[in-house]
Design a protein around this ligand. Structure first.
Ligand SMILES: Cc1cc2nc3c(=O)[nH]c(=O)nc-3n(C[C@H](O)[C@H](O)[C@H](O)COP(=O)(O)O)c2cc1C
Length: 263
């Protein structure tokens, strides 16, 4: 579709692990915490059980598949506990007020010049937007995204006009939308929900279905929900919640001097 930039979309159906997470081969694991519902059995290591105000999160960490890895243990909540779950309870629904709270988290994200160049499509199961999204999901995402309680699809206001040479709306629009998405996912974690972002869908097809104009670029989906029963999903989807969460060491991407002077 004109004006909708084509993005490099990971082929998440290609293997049991996400193609998009391939570079993550280094450290860190985080915990899920969630409201009182059926939770998956604890099969992963629980590295850290916090005390005090974090007690509830710590207890829930013991019964969810992921727990903070050493370099995440000292982070503040909800960064410490966030991780991208894939097994959702497809019977769970969020109230309109909860959906609005999540959107308020995005609303209050900082942006260049307070431009707020984001657009969020709300896709609740059973609605036309949800059908439009599900029809465009990659194979790897079609097993888990539809089970989430709500999915937000993000877009950035990237151009001032529809003509191809129209000036960019903001050089920082993508940065700003990413930041709004991060705020929303962290708010979800703080509300005891899971959030899993994804780019594996046919961007052009979904932009067409949603009527996205050339001034905007469709970016990502953010699936939000609560953990479901792994027995209700295919084996590969169930296994995703138990894979190692890893990160590059700081030494690979932090510079205290010039680019060619790694720490
Ligand atoms: C822009 C973006 C695109 C992503 N695309 C997908 C995707 O298509 N499918 C998927 O299962 N996960 C996707 N993810 C989730 C990442 O794989 C995940 O965040 C990463 O492996 C780190 O794991 P964690 O979120 O549990 O820390 C995406 C995340 C981001 C931020």
């Amino acid at each position: 579709m004109a004006g909708v930039g084509s993005l490099a979309v990971p082929d998440c159906g290609a293997s049991s692990s996400d193609a998009d997470s391939a570079p993550d081969r280094h450290t860190a694991s985080a915990t899920a915490h969630r409201p009182a519902r059926a939770v998956p059995p604890c099969t992963g290591p629980v590295k850290h059980r916090p005390a005090g105000p974090d007690l509830v999160i710590g207890i829930l960490a013991a019964v969810t598949p992921q727990a903070p890895q050493p370099s995440a243990e000292h982070l503040a909540e909800p960064m410490r506990s966030r991780w991208s779950a894939s097994v959702y309870d497809d019977a769970h629904r969020l109230g309109d007020d909860e959906i609005e709270t999540l959107l308020h988290a995005a609303q209050w994200a900082p942006s260049a010049g307070n431009s707020q160049p984001w657009l969020f499509f709300v896709c609740v199961p059973g609605t036309a937007n949800h059908d439009r999204l599900v029809a465009t999901l990659s194979r790897g995402n079609s097993g888990w995204v539809p089970r989430a309680s709500v999915v937000f699809v993000t877009a950035a206001h990237v151009r001032s006009g529809d003509e191809p040479e129209a000036p960019a709306f903001s050089d920082y629009a993508l940065y700003d939308v990413g930041q709004a998405a991060a705020h929303l996912t962290l708010q979800a974690t703080a509300m005891g929900l899971h959030a899993h972002q994804f780019a594996g869908f046919d961007h052009d097809a979904l932009a067409d279905a949603l009527g996205v104009p050339a001034t905007h670029r469709l970016l990502t989906g953010i699936a939000i929900g609560v953990p479901g029963d792994p027995a209700q999903v295919d084996e590969r989807t169930a296994a995703r919640d138990h894979r190692d969460r890893v990160r590059k060491p700081l030494g690979e991407w932090v510079r205290h001097g010039r680019y060619d002077e790694p720490a």
